[in-house]
Design a protein around this ligand. Structure first.
Ligand SMILES: Cc1cc2nc3c(=O)[nH]c(=O)nc-3n(C[C@H](O)[C@H](O)[C@H](O)COP(=O)(O)OP(=O)(O)OC[C@H]3O[C@@H](n4cnc5c(N)ncnc54)[C@H](O)[C@@H]3O)c2cc1C
Length: 398
C-alpha cells in the first residue's frame, strides 16, 4: 500500500512542498497529488505588475512537474473532511473525492475587504490573477487625468501605487494609509518612500481610514470624499473560508494553527503552510502572510513529513526574516533589512541596487517552483511501515 499525500494549492508554498517531498520520498512508497484550481503557476508577487499592463512568464504545471512523480489534479477544492480524510474537488470532469493519508493545506489567501461598505462592489483587488486582470482592463480604459486611489499603506499598497503611477504618469494616483507613510521602516526607508512618491506625483493621505467606497469616490472616516474612478483595495489578505469548515483548529484570523513543524495542532495527519497557516516565528511572533516566510514553511513541512514517514529525526528549518523587498515601479525599489522577527534595522538599500536585489528574490522564488525537485540529488528514503499517528513519538526529536 502506498502512502497517499495530497497537497492542496500549487502557489509558492504548495508547489515547493510537493517538489521537496518528491525529492525525499520513493515513488514506490508514496503517491503525491497536487490539486490546483489553475493550470499554471501564478507569480503572485508580481500581480501589481500584471495590473499595470506587464505580461508575466507563463509557467504551465504540466511542464514543471513532468517526470517528478507529482500528479497534478486540476480542480477547485470544495471541502476537506478531516475525519474521513477526504477532499472534495470540483474539476472539469465533475466532482471527485480524493482520499489521503497525509494532507498539506496550501490554499493561500484572497483579498480582505474588511466589511467596509461598497468595497466588495466597487473596489478592485490584486490578491488574485483574475482580480489583477480586471484592474488592468479598467486602468487601460481610463482617460488621462482620471483619479485612482490605492487604499492600504502596506507593502502591496506601496507596490501597487508606484507601479500604476510609473506606468500611467497621466493618471492622478493617490495612496491612503492608516498610519504615517512607511511608519514601520527605517528613517532611510521612509525618506526614500517620500522621495519616490513625490517623483511619481502620488498624493499621500496619511492617518486616514476609508469608511465607504462608491463607484466614483471613497469617503474617509471624517466624511471627506476623495474622487476615485478606480479604487484599489490592499488592506491585507484573508484566508479562504474552506479552512473554517474543516474542523481544524484555527487562529482568530482563520489561519490553521500549526506547530514548529507545520503540522496542525489538532490533526497530526494535516500540515498547513503559507498564507493559510499560522506559525510562530522568532520570539513567538506569528509569521506574516508572505512569500518570505511561506517558502521556508514549505521546506519545513516537507522535511518534517518526509522525516516522520521515513523514521528519521525531524530537521528544523530556520523560520526568520532577513529583509522586506518593496518594488517601487520598475526603476526603483527599497530593501529594508530587518531583524529575525521582522523589525526594521537602520540599513536599507534603495534605487537601482534595490531593483536588482528584489528581481533576484522574485526570480529565485519562481525558480524554486519551476524546478520542483531543485535540480539537486534526491535523498529518497524508504518508508517506515506504520501509521502516521504511531510516528508521533518522533515529535520529541523535532
Ligand atoms: C501584489 C502582491 C505582491 C506581493 N509581494 C510580496 C513580496 O514582495 N514578498 C513577499 O514575501 N510576499 C509578497 N506577497 C504575498 C505573497 O504573494 C503570498 O504570501 C504568497 O503568494 C503565499 O503563498 P501561498 O502558496 O500560501 O499562496 P498562493 O501563492 O496564493 O497559492 C495558493 C494556490 O492555491 C490555489 N487555490 C486557492 N484556492 C483554491 C481552491 N479552492 N481549489 C484549488 N486551488 C486553489 C491558487 O490557485 C494558488 O495556486 C505579495 C502578494 C501580492 C498579492
Amino acid at each position: 500500500m502506498q502512502h497517499r499525500i495530497v497537497v492542496l494549492g500549487a502557489g509558492y508554498t504548495g508547489a515547493v512542498t510537493a517538489g521537496r517531498l518528491a525529492r525525499r520520498l520513493r515513488r514506490e512508497d508514496v503517491t503525491l497529488t497536487l490539486v490546483n484550481a489553475e493550470p499554471d503557476f501564478v507569480e503572485r508577487v508580481r500581480l501589481h505588475q500584471l495590473a499595470a499592463g506587464q505580461d508575466l512568464t507563463p509557467r504551465p504545471f504540466a511542464e514543471l512537474f513532468a517526470g517528478t512523480g507529482v500528479e497534478l489534479r486540476l480542480g477547485r477544492v470544495a471541502a476537506v473532511d478531516v475525519d474521513r480524510r477526504t477532499v472534495r474537488v470540483d474539476g472539469a470532469a465533475g466532482r471527485e473525492e480524493l482520499g489521503y493519508d497525509s494532507l498539506v493545506y496550501a490554499l493561500g489567501s484572497g483579498w480582505n475587504h474588511g466589511g467596509v461598505p461598497g468595497v466588495a462592489d466597487h473596489a478592485h483587488e490584486l490578491a488574485s490573477r483574475p482580480g489583477a486582470l480586471r484592474l488592468r482592463e479598467r486602468l487601460a480604459a481610463l482617460e488621462a487625468g482620471r483619479p485612482v486611489v490605492v487604499v492600504g499603506g502596506g507593502l502591496t499598497g506601496l507596490e501597487a501605487a508606484t507601479e500604476i503611477a510609473e506606468s500611467r504618469p497621466d493618471l492622478d494616483v493617490a495612496l491612503v494609509a492608516r498610519g504615517a507613510l512607511g511608519d514601520w521602516l527605517s528613517e532611510k526607508g521612509r525618506g526614500h518612500l517620500w522621495k519616490v512618491a513625490r517623483r511619481l506625483g502620488i498624493t499621500v493621505h496619511e492617518h486616514t481610514a476609508i469608511a465607504a467606497v462608491a463607484a466614483d469616490r471613497v469617503t474617509t472616516a471624517d466624511g471627506t470624499a476623495l474622487p476615485a474612478d478606480v479604487t484599489v483595495w490592499t488592506t491585507g489578505f484573508a484566508v479562504h473560508p474552506i479552512a473554517e469548515a474543516t474542523g481544524l483548529e484555527l487562529a482568530e484570523d482563520g489561519r490553521i494553527r500549526v506547530d514548529s513543524t507545520m503540522r496542525s495542532v489538532s490533526h497530526p495527519d494535516v500540515y498547513a503552510v503559507g498564507d493559510a497557516a499560522l506559525a510562530l516565528g522568532p520570539g513567538g511572533k506569528p509569521l506574516r502572510m508572505s512569500c518570505a516566510s511561506g517558502v521556508p514553511m514549505a521546506w519545513q513541512a516537507a522535511d518534517a513529513l518526509a522525516a516522520r514517514l521515513t523514521g528519521v529525526e525531524v530537521p528544523a528549518v530556520s523560520l526568520r526574516y532577513f529583509q522586506q523587498c518593496v518594488s517601487l515601479g520598475r526603476e526603483d525599489g527599497l530593501i529594508q533589512f530587518v531583524t529575525a522577527d521582522d523589525r526594521a534595522k537602520e540599513k536599507a538599500l534603495t534605487g537601482r541596487a534595490a531593483v536588482l536585489y528584489k528581481e533576484l528574490i522574485c526570480k529565485g522564488a519562481a525558480w524554486g517552483v519551476a524546478h520542483p525537485t531543485g535540480g539537486l540529488p534526491s535523498r529518497r528514503r524508504p518508508l517506515v511501515r506504520r501509521g502516521l499517528r504511531d510516528a508521533a513519538p518522533a515529535e520529541a526529536t523535532a
